[in-house]
Structure formats: structure tokens, C-alpha cells
Design a protein around this ligand. Structure first.
Ligand code: 6PG
Length: 258
């Protein structure tokens, strides 16, 4: 199946290019804080799914400095490594140290992926149930709609823990499933859950992302090879990238250069 990034979504993605990673992160912080405030003003709460990796860490540090009604913000993870929460590779550890440990967000508002289970499958099932509970979804057909979903993209075109040519790419019924990176289990949102998001924001920096970006934005390429192509939300899709990464964009792709 080949899905161009904007072939099935209702609005074309917005692409913003920044001189460097620092400028990208600064702009992302302004946008995310504004989206958080808008969600709270509209729905009296904001549900936010975080991405892992290295790019978002300075963003989380910047958000921690904002004056926000933390009790109205509910934090989840779009993917997590199947490691203890204290492990150096834990996405929850990174976000907690960069942000969540430094603000008065109620612990019950933080939905860490429960990796202290007997298997990744159990973890995925439990995390899906915690989503169902916190979004009060009566069935799998009522896919939770996050206000904001933050995503990164690997140099292989993966996003969340939807890695090329893995079974997770073909999971369209579950909201949370087991991903696989080189044999290492991951817990990940599925593409249907991500595509239900109101605002989906990719943060992509570095020249090493050029090739993958060129394929994700190509008119036709294989989404099994470049899974970020699967992300085509009914809501708003925004790509924030630095100049280095943007060199991979096809010239036909409209962008705002800052
Ligand atoms: C993870 C992430 C992953 C990440 C990309 C990009 O758990 O590693 O969720 O999808 O966003 O690999 O990572 P960088 O931001 O470090 O390039």
C-alpha cells in the first residue's frame, strides 16, 4: 500500500523550515504552548502525546518554563522502549528529567507506559486500556482523539515506533501495539490512533533525515519502507524541520522558510 503524506488527509500538511535546530525548537515551543492553551480554553483540558528520541528534549525543557495550568494537562507517550522507567533509554525518563519533574503536574495526569510487565504485548494491552479509561471510550471504534501528538522521524523514515517492514504498520484495529526495532520490542501508537489526532506535529532536524524526508514527501513511495508516510491525520499536520533536513524535500513541496 502506498500512501502519500497528503493523499488521504483532509488538509495538506504545513511545512515550516528553520535555520537550525535551536530555531526549530524555539518555534515548536511557542506553537505547542499555544496549542495547549487553545485546547484548555476549548475543552478544559489538553491531552498531549510525547515522542522520544533526542530532538524533543530541549522542547520539553522550554515547555517546563511556561506558565500553564498543569492540572489541566494530561501527558502520554506515543511510543516507549520496553525498558524500566529508570533505564537510560526510557522516553518517560527523558521527558520527566527535562520537564515533568519540574512542574506541578498532578501524577495522575501522567500516563507512563507500564513496562514493568511480563511481556511487551501485556504492556500494549494495558496502555490501550488506560487510554480507553482516560478517554472514556466504550469500544475500540471510539478511537481517542489527542489534542496534540508530537512525533519525530528516524533517518529510516520511522515515526513513533512504527519501523519499516514491521507488523506494527499493519495494525489498524488496535490503538497501541508492539513495535520492533532490530529485534528490540517497543510499545507504539498505531497509525489509526495517530491519525485521529487534532494536531500532529513532526519535529525533524539534521542532514541525516534528508533521504527519508525526500521519500516521505515523494508523490509515490512505499509506506512500508517509509512509515512516516502513514501519518495523514484528519486534523492538522505540521512538519517543523531545520534547513539541513529540508534539503531532502521535493522542490514541489510548499514550505514557509523562517
Ligand atoms: C523514539 C522516538 C522515535 C524518534 C525518532 C527520531 O522512541 O526513539 O519516538 O520515533 O522520534 O527516532 O529521533 P531523534 O529525534 O533522536 O532523531
Amino acid at each position: 500500500m502506498t500512501v502519500a503524506p497528503n493523499s488521504s488527509q483532509k488538509t495538506a500538511p504545513q511545512v515550516h523550515v528553520f535555520a537550525d535546530k535551536a530555531a526549530l525548537v524555539a518555534a515548536a515551543a511557542v506553537q505547542v504552548i499555544e496549542l495547549i492553551r487553545d485546547a484548555i480554553a476549548t475543552r478544559e483540558r489538553c491531552t498531549l502525546a510525547l515522542s522520544g528520541g533526542s530532538t524533543p528534549k530541549p522542547l520539553y525543557q522550554a515547555i517546563a518554563q511556561a506558565d500553564l495550568p498543569w492540572d489541566k494537562i494530561y501527558v502520554y507517550w506515543g511510543d516507549e522502549r520496553y525498558v524500566p522507567a529508570t533505564h537510560a533509554d526510557s522516553n518517560a525518563k527523558m521527558a520527566s528529567e527535562a520537564w515533568l519533574n519540574h512542574v506541578d503536574i498532578p501524577p495522575e495526569n501522567i500516563f507512563v507506559v507500564p513496562t514493568d510487565t511480563d511481556s511487551p504485548e501485556t504492556t500494549a494491552e494495558r496502555y490501550q486500556q488506560s487510554l480507553a479509561d482516560s478517554f472514556q471510550a466504550a469500544s475500540e471504534s471510539e478511537i481517542p482523539q489527542f489534542d496534540i501528538i508530537l512525533l519525530g522521524m528516524g533517518d529510516d523514515g520511522h515515526t513513533a515506533s512504527l519501523f519499516p517492514h514491521t507488523l506494527a504498520l499493519n495494525e489498524f484495529d488496535r490503538w497501541v501495539t508492539v513495535g520492533n526495532k532490530d529485534g528490540q520490542p517497543r510499545i507504539t501508537f498505531t497509525s489509526p490512533l495517530i491519525n485521529q489526532g487534532r494536531y500532529v506535529l513532526f519535529l525533524v532536524a539534521g542532514a541525516n533525515k534528508q533521504t527519508a524526508l525526500s521519500q516521505v514527501f515523494a508523490p509515490a513511495a512505499d509506506s512500508a519502507t517509509y512509515p512516516a508516510r502513514l501519518i495523514a491525520p484528519a486534523g492538522k499536520l505540521t512538519w517543523l524541520m531545520d534547513a539541513d533536513a529540508s534539503q531532502g524535500l521535493p522542490t514541489t513541496v510548499e514550505r514557509t522558510v523562517h
